[in-house]
Design a protein around this ligand. Structure first.
Ligand SMILES: [Zn+2]
Length: 259
């Protein structure tokens, strides 16, 4: 299948994409071996992104047997192999392009992922989210605060200044959370009931007596352990919701269902 970066392409390069990358390719590039046609000498980053794969999804690029970075300029008859993070790469690969995120991992999340945001906060992760964030604001927050961008919009991840970003594949929140935990190896950093799902504020333990007048009679009667958001004052307690979440935590691979 043929792709092009211009109407008067003179040169060709062949590409192969490995791991989970082929699913991101535009339909017309979904062959085992892609012949990419080009006119000038685009950076390999631009060629890969024009086929549908944001650079944040790429860890290793091998051009004619040598690992190269995103600035490598395509040459006629190049053979390019593209690998995601976590994929087996050829022995002797020296360049890994995906930078590990700054610890502890924090996120800035685009407006389509409100449910994922609440779930990540429930697991204790610092997540900035507003349903009116612009792409520019998301990129600036990512840059200024070293936050990983989580998005379903691959356009934002193609911006050169975006270093830390992940394209969320699934539209189901349970699967999304698994993707993110797996991508950033977060299973040992889960700390449930630390952060407010509504506003991202930290929770503090609070004596029941101090908030008794805010509780419904049945809640006041049956529950003992309460936490309060330091920012928005919202209350959390270990009721049936807690039981449900605890069971769900236990289903995560490698989790001990900690609270
Ligand atoms: Zn709050």
């Amino acid at each position: 299948m043929y792709g092009t970066d211009s109407g008067q392409a003179q040169f060709t390069a062949s590409f192969r994409c490995f791991g989970n990358l082929p699913a991101l390719l535009k339909r017309r590039y979904r062959d085992a071996s892609i012949v990419y046609r080009f006119k000038r000498h685009p950076a390999v980053k631009d060629a890969i992104e024009s086929m549908g794969i944001p650079h944040t999804e790429v860890d290793v690029i091998v051009a004619n047997g040598c690992s190269v970075d995103f600035h490598y300029q395509l040459q006629h008859l190049d053979t390019i192999d593209v690998y995601p993070l976590g994929c087996t790469v050829p022995a002797g690969t020296v360049l890994h392009l995906s930078a590990p995120p700054v610890e502890p991992v924090a996120f800035v999340i685009d407006l389509h992922l409100g449910k994922l945001t609440r779930r990540l906060r429930l697991l204790g992760f610092d997540c900035l989210y507003q349903n009116d964030f612009s792409d520019a604001e998301i990129m600036q927050l990512s840059f200024d605060q070293q936050r990983v961008i989580l998005t379903r919009d691959r356009g934002i991840l193609k911006h050169r200044q975006v270093v830390h970003g992940y394209l969320v594949r699934s539209d189901q929140v349970d699967e999304q959370i698994r993707e993110v935990i797996d991508r950033y190896q977060l299973i040992d950093q889960i700390h449930a009931w630390r952060r407010c799902m509504a506003c991202n504020g930290l929770l503090e333990k609070i004596e029941k007596a101090a908030i008794a007048e805010r509780l419904q009679p049945l809640t006041r009667r049956y529950y003992l352990d309460f936490r309060r958001c330091r920012v928005c004052q919202r209350l959390y307690w270990q009721g049936s919701h807690f039981e449900k979440i605890s069971r769900w935590l236990e289903t995560l691979p490698g989790s001990d269902g900690q609270d």
